[in-house]
Ligand binder design. Structure first.
Ligand code: SAM
Length: 316
């Protein structure tokens, strides 16, 4: 199966790439029910319900058990991933925050941000408009000065960010969660370059760095994604998961950022899960266990550096 992605394609939360945001929120809703002491997102379930995809609503609400529709490892990863980004922002203490590809992320409404925080959310126009409207209907109030920019992250998004009030002279905490695989390789590089260009010294970043595939990995990944898509299709909703991603070689995000002056520390999904007593993923070709969650700081000097936290990453 090949990607059906095209330059300039667009979506809402029930179609195309948008379904990945709704599926991620459904996983957070299930994760919240299973282990609220580790990670809790009380807005995930009502947001998924508002999107109106019946299968995802039933999974998010608990009416339908995850069974073979949402693998336990996906639920466990939602817990550690959610906690990783929550901890990143809480530790960063920055008062200028940019959440790239915000999807149904509710951090602008549920984290305790430092006084005076301005938080920018960037995603496709229908995605940001939907969340703004739905959260207002739910009676939720942002816990920071939340501003949105409706953009295509493959295009000139910095202009929209600046128009919304972003100040590149102030240190920023950036996240790009669950985004990079949905960008073409050159757009990923360009996005990471732009994040670096817009970052004052002392800025922070958090994202994922996926190891490049070994021969045969991608075929197995597609098979795995197609298996999930088929099971969902049998329940009335086809997310065509393998068609939403861009496959093939690309620059790995961690070394790419390190070469641009970021000092990073990373932890594999396997280690994040083990640290809270959850089992490692099986190797199904997606090499999920090897996926790195990375965070770090732009050096004061911005001198390109390969000082990635080797003791943590162990791969560079
Ligand atoms: N960060 C959110 C989370 O973790 O729940 C959403 C992750 S979801 C897997 C991918 C998100 O990336 C979607 O919200 C999608 O709309 C956004 N996205 C992907 N490509 C994009 C693009 N070219 N422009 C704007 N948003 C994009």
């Amino acid at each position: 199966m090949t990607s059906t992605r095209q330059d300039g394609d667009t979506w809402d939360l029930a179609s195309g790439v948008g379904t990945t945001a709704t599926a991620a929120a459904a996983a957070r809703a299930i994760a919240t029910r299973e282990g609220p002491s580790l990670f809790a997102d009380p807005f995930a379930e009502p947001l998924v319900r508002a999107v109106g995809v019946d299968l995802l609503t039933r999974l998010a609400s608990g009416e339908l058990p995850p069974g073979d529709l949402v693998e336990q490892v996906a639920i466990d990863v939602a817990k550690v991933r959610g906690k990783f980004y929550d901890d990143f922002f809480l530790d960063a203490g920055s008062t200028q925050v940019v959440i790239l590809a915000s999807g149904l992320d509710s951090r602008a409404y549920r984290l305790l941000w430092p006084a005076g925080t301005v938080l920018y959310e960037l995603d496709q126009p229908q995605v940001v408009a939907f969340k703004t409207r739905t959260m207002a209907e739910l009676g939720a109030e942002p816990t920071a000065d939340r501003r949105v920019a409706a953009v295509d992250l493959r295009d000139d998004w910095p202009a929209a960010l600046r128009d919304a009030g972003f100040d590149p002279a102030r240190p920023t905490a950036w996240s790009a969660e669950g985004l990079l695989g949905y960008l073409p390789p050159e757009a990923q590089d360009s996005l990471l370059d732009t994040v670096t260009d817009l970052s004052a010294p002392g800025s922070r970043v958090a994202t994922e760095s996926r190891p490049n595939p070994k021969p045969g990995d991608e075929a197995r990944t597609k098979e795995s994604l197609n298996g999930v898509s088929e099971r969902w299709r049998a329940r009335g909703f086809d997310p065509a998961m393998a068609k939403q991603r861009y496959f093939g070689e690309r620059n790995e995000a961690a070394p790419y950022l390190a070469a641009r002056g970021w000092t990073l520390h990373g932890t594999t999904v396997r280690d994040l899960l083990a640290a809270v007593g959850l089992p490692a993923p099986e190797d199904d070709g997606m090499r999920l266990g090897d996926l790195l969650y990375v965070s770090g700081t732009l050096d004061e000097s911005q001198v390109p550096s390969s000082r990635v936290g080797r003791e943590c990453l162990g791969r560079f």
